[in-house]
Design a protein around this ligand. Sequence first.
Ligand code: HEM
Ligand code: HEM
Length: 209
Amino acid sequence: MSLKKRYRPLWVSLHWLMALLVFTTYGIGLSSLANHPNTDAKLVPLGLHMAIGIAILAIVVVRYILRILIFQPARRAESAGSIPAKKKLILLDRMTPYVHTLLYFFTALMALLGIAIALPANLFSIIWGRSGAALPADFYVYPARAWHGALSLVLMALIAQHVLVAIYHQFLRGENYLGRMWFGTPSPVAVPGKIDSAGEKNDRRSDDR
Ligand code: HEM
Ligand code: HEM
């Protein structure tokens, strides 16, 4: 079994599917839900937002369980001390392992808070069951609504860190960082235990994702 520097195709597919769905959910939430009156015109975008949000929850849970049980995440570097001076990680980068875990956590939390608005507001029967009842005049009577709005900003900040780190490695440091999360033939790694040109420790675990 050769050593690899890429995530497996299943992992890559789930990552980009989740990213696409999260961006779509934000798009609908910010453009068609927030600051719009609760009229019938909201039924379709809200129904879509809820469906995609619940799909995201399912993907995040499956992904996280698989990550713990099967695909141990590879560390890009074992510790700052093992990296040559010019490869020292910037603060933004040192946050990455924590941000990865928080991305899973806050994405799931956002979907759970959405469900915590939908249940007391009877949104499942109003929107999907076509009960004919009107939407509640204001979702803010449900405490989860304010949290859903506030935590959407926290998740946005985490995603911003994530994307900035990707831009930094890919374009400023000229590493094939995005290649780690893309399809293709895994590049064999020459010497296990050594730091490669992308500042990654060639650890056998990176084969097992
Ligand atoms: C344009 C947007 C995005 C880009 C360019 C991007 C890029 C990447 C790359 C290159 C990695 C691999 C990092 C590494 O191996 O060190 C990664 C991992 C990850 N991404 Fe993204 N990503 C994006 C959007 C998102 C979004 C929206 C989410 C979730 C809300 C997300 C969640 C994650 C997680 C949780 C990991 C860690 C995977 C693991 O080790 O299990 N990403 N991303
Ligand atoms: C990761 C998943 C989700 C994300 C990123 C997300 C994001 C958002 C955003 C950005 C808003 C607008 C917030 C604001 O500006 O104050 C919003 C509103 C809302 N979301 Fe979500 N959401 C997700 C999942 C869900 C789910 C699963 C449901 C229900 C089952 C849901 C129900 C709602 C409701 C009821 C609103 C309020 C709409 C309004 O005030 O008119 N969301 N969401």
